[in-house]
Design a binder for this molecule. Structure first.
Ligand SMILES: Cc1cc2nc3c(=O)[nH]c(=O)nc-3n(C[C@H](O)[C@H](O)[C@H](O)COP(=O)(O)O)c2cc1C
Length: 199
């Protein structure tokens, strides 16, 4: 990394903040794809990604609730790391559903233009790493660690584009899982709200 890249990164890190108040303005599709690519984009010919993953297992996927994105209909999408594209994955969620599954009154879950859902196949990771320690749950720890790297990458991409975001993990696991109609192999780990920051 040359000196100017190092300075740019330091600036981004210094400016990164959790932002919970958004205007009602839409955000560009290109910005959304940049954020998702920062989180889980493919960056190598053998399929490696922007965020590190123990044994390159990649147990995470990104679901995307689109409310206000230029050129994209509202709905629930899945991000495809290999093509860096969104595919339709489900219908729009009713207003209030996300906040209803939160532990506190997290209005930003409803106001955000986009909510990225970091979804894990925790069982895949637990089984894969079962031999690594007696409690057999090392894989679960790895999943949460990896989700943190994904979230930080997305925070930095948000900051670089003048947008605002906050990660939300205080929710009822079962209620949130039902909201997204996830099968038994997939659990929501974190929600990442994105919007135009209200100043
Ligand atoms: C693991 C984790 C869980 C979090 N969960 C929530 C949450 O449920 N709701 C929320 O509004 N913020 C949540 N946050 C954001 C923190 O409140 C925020 O990062 C903290 O206040 C520091 O502020 P900053 O991000 O602006 O530096 C979470 C952050 C982390 C790392």
């Amino acid at each position: 990394m040359d000196a100017s890249n190092a300075t740019a990164l330091q600036n981004l890190l210094a400016r990164r903040r959790s932002v919970r108040r958004y205007t009602g303005d839409p955000i560009p599709l290109s910005a959304v794809l940049n954020i998702l690519s920062a989180g889980q984009g493919r960056t190598s010919s053998e399929g490696k990604r922007t965020a590190p993953s123990a044994h390159a297992l990649y147990p995470l996927t990104l679901g995307v609730i689109v409310r206000r994105v230029e050129g994209l209909s509202p709905g629930f999408y899945a991000f495809e790391p290999d093509s860096a594209q969104l595919t339709v994955s489900g219908p729009s969620l009713a207003a209030g559903v996300l906040n209803g599954a939160a532990l506190g009154d997290e209005t930003w879950l409803e106001d955000a233009a986009v909510v990225v859902v970091i979804i894990a196949n925790r069982d895949l990771a637990i089984q894969h790493f079962a031999e690594q320690q007696a409690d057999g749950l090392r894989g679960a720890r790895y999943v949460d660690f990896e989700a943190g790297a994904v979230a930080q990458n997305m925070y930095l991409a948000v900051t670089a584009q003048g947008l605002g975001a906050v990660v939300v993990m205080g929710f009822d696991d079962g209620a949130m899982k039902r909201t997204f109609e996830l099968d038994e192999t997939r659990q929501p780990v974190a929600l990442f709200c994105v919007g135009q920051p209200a100043v």
